[in-house]
Design a protein around this ligand. Structure first.
Ligand code: GLC
Length: 437
């Protein structure tokens, strides 16, 4: 799949998984961006679009760049690239633009999402440095200001790990990682609302009403303070250091530094080096010897989350090596992979909070599998990376392009015809990608 002309072949009626994946990308395309799936998610989502760009890059690199560029229409003056870019109001989704009331001309949500963008931009640039250079020049300052936003507005003083101030910012909405901190959010007085997600997906696969009340309460807090992000991080009802965002940003900083060198932006290289000096301290802060893993940590109480989520294993992707911690982390990973044939489960199957169906509380997600395996492969854990890739392939072969999968049975859950699952298939999980190894 290397040239644009092959795209036509995918619509020629064949029903291989390659063709189906490509059709999902094309059918969910909405001009310059792509919907995660129709109905459930009718707008542009931040990290979804970046994975989608990787899928497009398999057959149309120009369209891949466009996907990334369109996301930055939702970048605020303070640098934040928003987690949802609304552009319009769609009655099938709640909470929409009239609830968030963002500080931006193109209506967006008021928080961000895991910054995979710089890493993907590097991937796109490396596919064709000559063609990509102009586009890189355009997007580079936008990536810089977004990373700066994280490093200034999502760190509490003296800290190094990156905080999320809303579970939605983590991209792992109802992970048990947030349970304790969320329990401290008082939902009293939340404006009455109607959930729209339950009209699309079985409630047993979605967050609970008690969680939703708190999600909305946090939106109202941000909106009512005019989206003052310094205030939200320092004083808001919820601030949790997230291994997911911390490690994804660390990796993205390294890739952004590489791109700064390509463009000979020396001041930017120095600024990024400053961010990277925090990396080891951030990893240390997130390490829980009791869990034998990196874990989310409530910044208001200092308490660790009660169990191990799949984000723990993103330390390799981040480029963090620690021989003492890694020995333990590998044992934890082995135990979890042994327990679930369609791994990586998003939460430890041995933990009482594990639920194989409920969204980020157990199911296996193709995008996380891809990121973790990429890091493991880079650190020489080729066997484990291959195993995760095979299990991702197997769950898609078994069930199709679902949003997430049962880690024991491989059954698909949540939205079907899901764009990022199709994109990961095209870029990494399909047998056709073996040729790249
Ligand atoms: C859910 C996921 C989030 C994703 C979004 C759109 O909110 O938790 O990670 O970006 O759906 O697919």
């Amino acid at each position: 799949m290397s040239s644009k002309s092959t795209s036509a072949e995918y619509f020629s009626g064949s029903d291989t998984l390659e063709h189906k994946a490509l059709r999902i990308l094309r059918e969910n395309e909405w001009g310059d961006y792509t919907l995660p799936t129709k109905g459930l998610y009718p707008y542009q989502w931040n990290w979804d679009s970046m994975f989608v760009a990787l899928g497009f890059a398999e057959f149309d690199v120009d369209r891949a760049w466009t996907e990334v560029e369109s996301l930055f229409e939702g970048q605020w003056a303070n640098g934040m690239a928003a987690h949802i870019v609304f552009r319009r109001d769609d009655p099938s989704y709640f909470p929409g633009p009239s609830v968030w009331k963002s500080n931006h001309s193109v209506p967006t949500s008021g928080c961000s999402q895991p910054p995979v963008a710089a890493t993907i931009v590097r991937d796109l640039y490396e596919k064709d440095p000559t063609e990509g250079r102009e586009r890189l020049i355009e997007i580079f300052p936008k990536l810089m200001s977004w990373h700066r936003w994280f490093h200034t507005m999502r760190v509490v003083s003296g800290g190094a790990a990156i905080a999320v101030t809303h579970p939605w910012e983590s991209g792992r909405d109802n992970s048990p990682d947030w349970d304790e901190a969320l329990a401290n959010v008082d939902p009293t007085g939340v404006t009455p609302y109607e959930r729209k997600d339950l009209g699309h997906v079985d409630p047993t696969m979605r967050p609970t009403d008690a969680q939703y009340d708190r999600y909305l309460k946090l939106v109202e807090f941000g909106r009512d303070c005019g989206w003052d992000h310094t205030h939200i991080t320092r004083e808001g009802p919820f601030a949790v250091a997230d291994p997911g965002i911390t490690f994804i940003l660390m990796r993205a900083d390294r890739d952004l530094r590489y791109l700064a060198e390509v463009l000979q932006k020396h001041a930017a290289v120095r600024e990024i080096d400053g961010w990277l000096t925090q990396a080891r301290a951030a990893a240390r802060y997130l390490w829980s010897p009791e869990l034998g893993a990196y874990a989310a940590r409530d910044l208001r109480t200092g308490e660790f989350a009660s169990g191990v989520s799949s984000a723990a294993f993103l330390s390799y992707y981040a480029g963090i090596a620690s021989s003492r911690r890694d020995a333990q982390l590998q044992r934890t990973l082995d135990r979890i992979l042994e327990a679930a044939p369609y791994g990586i489960p998003s939460f430890d199957p041995a933990h009482e909070k594990f639920d194989p169906k409920r969204y980020w509380r157990g199911p296996s997600w193709a995008i996380i599998n891809f990121l973790v395996a990429r890091g493991l492969a880079e650190f020489g854990f080729a066997g484990k990376a291959a195993r995760i890739r095979q299990s991702t392939r197997a769950m898609i072969e078994k069930s199709g392009f679902y949003e997430y999968f049962d880690p024991f049975t491989g059954e698909g859950y949540g939205g079907s015809h899901f764009t990022w699952t199709a994109a990961i298939w095209l870029a990494w999980a399909s047998p056709e990608t073996d040729a790249k190894d």
